[in-house]
Design a protein around this ligand. Structure first.
Ligand SMILES: Nc1ncnc2c1ncn2[C@@H]1O[C@H](COP(=O)(O)OP(=O)(O)OP(=O)(O)O)[C@@H](O)[C@H]1O
Ligand code: SF4
Ligand SMILES: [Mg+2]
Length: 338
């Protein structure tokens, strides 16, 4: 199967204009995503994960937010494309599972109608009977038992895990090249979470789909992603393969996350535990490295100069930190081996 770049984000920045001042929600984020691959985005609450995701769908309000950079989806820049082109791309080229799966479903319509409608938007020439047949096929693919009966049921008649399968069915009904999944398993218990991640993997293989998987759970990243962006205060502070993140992490913030994971490993869960201090205000980011107020390794330069991303170590990782390479590698490997 081809392994083309299906999503290319370059220097994405999003500023929200609020009565309290400008909020730099996302600053200079860049990445490429190939078909069939999963990129994880991890970071604390407020680090800019969902805003990055909604920019890819061009959902930021253009009056209250300024979005700059470029987001190429199959060669088209979604940030400058005209509205009809964006409507075509949304759903058919790139689809999104939103952070709150319950609000994604309309309680007044059967799940079958909601899936079929998502299909008909992009296939207006298809009859309702044929759309129903496509819907039934998709319900089988996402593992809904007894789909012939359940197609005519309402969202409240499904469990949380089954509802999430319906949300996935809506997202995939038009066979998008890119799926953006914003915390797709957070509301689910651990067993169901594993089933949903398995389902996403199976469907990814079947459709050769690229996935952007947003989570605050490093366990989910380890399970499901190949590459990972670690975000802090709206910026990418480390970008690496998942293997590299767990064997040779290259940013002090990532060390904090991994320390938290290691201390939780006996319970088998990798949720981000606390790192001392709180996330930065995006209206007034700290000068220099925005992690400096919480970083044990901060020195003078960290309080004045923003570190740029550079390659560190032997595995192609890039990190934004002023520490010398040898120090990063020694400490990173030590953290990983704990
Ligand atoms: N419409 C908006 N207007 C103003 N500020 C916003 C808006 N949407 C998001 N923000 C701010 O942008 C920042 C990033 O938000 P975002 O939702 O991307 O965080 P997140 O990483 O997804 O966090 P979480 O893990 O809680 O979902 C936050 O400080 C948030 O308050
Ligand atoms: S640049 Fe300085 S403050 Fe920022 S993570 Fe590196 S050592 Fe810590
Ligand atoms: Mg979010």
């Amino acid at each position: 199967m081809s392994n083309e770049v299906v999503l290319s984000v370059k220097n994405l920045s999003v500023v929200f204009h609020t009565p309290d001042g400008d909020v730099a929600a996302v600053s200079n984020v860049s990445f490429d995503l190939h078909s069939g691959e999963t990129l994880g985005i991890v970071g604390e609450s407020g680090s800019g994960k969902s805003v990055t995701a909604s920019s890819i769908m061009r959902l930021n309000n253009s009056i209250t937010a300024t979005t700059t950079g470029s987001i190429l989806i199959s060669g088209v820049d979604i940030l400058t494309a005209d509205e009809s082109e964006v409507r075509r791309i949304r759903g058919s080229e790139v689809a999104m599972i939103f952070q709150d799966p319950l609000s994604a479903l309309n309680p007044y319509y059967t799940v079958g109608k909601q899936i079929a409608e998502a299909y008909l938007v992009h296939h207006p020439q298809v009859s309702k009977t044929d759309a129903r047949a496509v819907t039934l096929e998709m319900l089988k693919k996402v593992g809904i038992p007894n789909p012939e009966k359940r197609i005519d049921e309402f969202p409240h008649q499904f469990s949380g895990g089954m509802r999430q399968r319906i949300v996935i069915a809506i997202a995939l009904i038009n066979n998008p090249k890119v799926l953006i999944a914003d915390e797709p398993t957070t509301a689910l218990d651990v067993t169901v979470q594993a089933q949903i991640l398995d389902l996403m993997k199976d469907l990814q293989a079947e459709f050769n789909m690229a996935i952007v998987l947003i989570t605050h759970d490093l366990g989910v990243i380890a399970e499901a992603a190949k590459e990972v962006l670690v975000m802090y205060g709206g910026r990418v502070v480390e970008q690496s393969t998942v293997d590299a993140l767990f064997s040779e992490p290259t940013h002090p913030y990532a060390w904090g996350l991994l320390g938290a994971v290691n201390s939780l490993s006996s319970s088998g869960r990798g949720a981000l535990a606390t790192i001392a201090g709180s996330p930065p205000s995006l209206i007034a980011l700290p000068r220099g490295c925005s992690f400096n107020p919480r970083c044990t390794f901060a020195s003078e330069i960290c309080r004045s100069e923003v570190p740029v991303l550079r390659t560190v170590g032997t595995q192609g990782s890039v990190a934004a930190c002023h520490l010398p390479d040898n120090e990063i590698l020694t400490i990173g490997r030590e953290v990983a081996s704990r």
